[in-house]
Write a protein that binds this ligand. Structure first.
Ligand code: ADP
Ligand code: TRP
Length: 329
């Protein structure tokens, strides 16, 4: 049976990028594999969240995981910091992570550009901690969005390097996974780039129907095709990408045909898109508040998850220490 590991940072509400890039795939896999899904609160500390709201952010992500359909009776759901073994494994792996390689990581370069005032060592070693998240459970598959591809490549490099340095066949090489197809990149509604929290262009699982309709109707488009078969501009291609994620194939075909015939009315497309997004989001949103209010359930899920994850992690850590030569007297 495959082992599957994935996580989402605890920076607040989940958006459709998180859902279609990652969460929906976790949910699809939970019945067929040994699954560990966690909330990456250690990782979120790299951007210095207010300590007074960090716990509420963790609670939000946890409630949204559960409301969206993650099932704690089949998957191990836990909070990263409840398994401090991962920090030791990360420290051990960091001994084989050259600084130059970390400095060349796309996500690190991006963060330096955007937040030159906060370039901390945790940000630099972010991919090492992520590799430890994955390798501690000996994962085979890691369901993530397209933006995480390079981090997965680094995880494989660390696994390979560890094996070859110590002359063992210990870690196998985990793969970023989307059911045999390309990893997903969910676009924003602002015409370019991905949907993201820091981009401020998100549609959230907690958005009301009215919020969704308003945001979609305001999405950037263009002045319309002028000749049949004209290639789509990026903002319009993005609307079609979203449509393909939420709507029936016949709906996508209908609007693609009217685009190609230069007859499309973007207002109609947006109305349909908004309704199809509402159909995905509303049932999840309606469960979020009830789950969030059930303290006893949240406590039980995280306590059970932490126990199972610690057991798996501690086993790996003991073997890694042994391989690296750390022994008890
Ligand atoms: P954010 O980018 O909002 O800070 P995270 O970095 O914690 O969220 O991402 C959690 C998961 O969601 C990852 O698997 C990531 O690949 C996925 N994800 C985030 N944004 C997108 C997006 N726009 N398209 C596809 N997947 C995404
Ligand atoms: N780095 C991921 C992100 O920003 C979150 C994450 C942390 C993760 N550890 C992980 C994802 C392990 C998959 C597996 O999206």
């Amino acid at each position: 049976m495959d082992t599957v590991v994935s996580g989402i940072r605890s920076t607040g509400q989940l958006h459709l990028g998180n859902y279609f890039g990652a969460l929906r795939n976790f949910i699809k896999m939970q019945h067929d594999a040994r699954c560990f899904f966690f909330i990456a609160d250690y990782h979120s500390l790299t951007t210095h969240p207010d300590p007074r709201i960090l716990h509420d952010n963790v609670r939000n992500v946890l409630a949204e995981y559960l409301a969206a359909g993650l099932d704690p009776s089949v998957a191990t759901i836990y909070v990263q910091s409840d398994v401090p073994q991962v920090a030791e494994l990360s420290m051990l792996l960091s001994m084989h992570a050259p600084v130059g390689e970390l400095e060349r990581t796309a996500s690190f370069k991006d963060k330096i550009r955007k937040h030159a005032d906060n370039v901390n060592a945790g940000l630099l070693t972010y991919p090492v901690l992520m590799a430890a998240d994955i390798l501690q459970h000996k994962a085979d598959k890691v369901p993530v969005g397209k933006d995480q591809e390079q981090h997965l490549e680094m995880t494989r490099v660390y696994a390979r390097r560890f094996n070859s340095f110590y002359g063992v066949e210990y870690f196998s090489e985990p793969a970023a996974y989307n059911f045999g197809t390309e990893l997903v990149k969910v676009p924003g509604l602002d015409g370019s780039g991905k949907m993201g929290k820091s981009e401020g262009n998100g549609l959230y699982l907690s958005d009301s129907d009215a919020d969704i309709r308003k945001k979609v109707m305001r999405a950037v488009s263009d002045s319309g095709p002028t000749a049949p078969g004209e290639p789509m501009s990026e903002p319009v291609a993005n609307l079609f990408t979203l449509l393909k994620l939420v709507s029936a194939p016949s709906t996508v075909e209908h609007f693609a045909a009217s685009y190609n015939a230069c007859e499309i009315r973007y207002g109609d497309l947006k109305k349909q898109l908004a309704e199809d997004i509402v159909a995905v989001v509303a049932p999840i949103r309606e469960r979020i508040e009830a789950v969030k209010a059930d303290e006893a359930f949240l406590r039980r899920v995280t306590a059970d998850g932490a126990e199972k994850a610690r057991e798996s992690s501690a086993k790996t850590l003991a073997q890694v220490r042994e391989i690296m030569g750390i022994r008890r007297f």
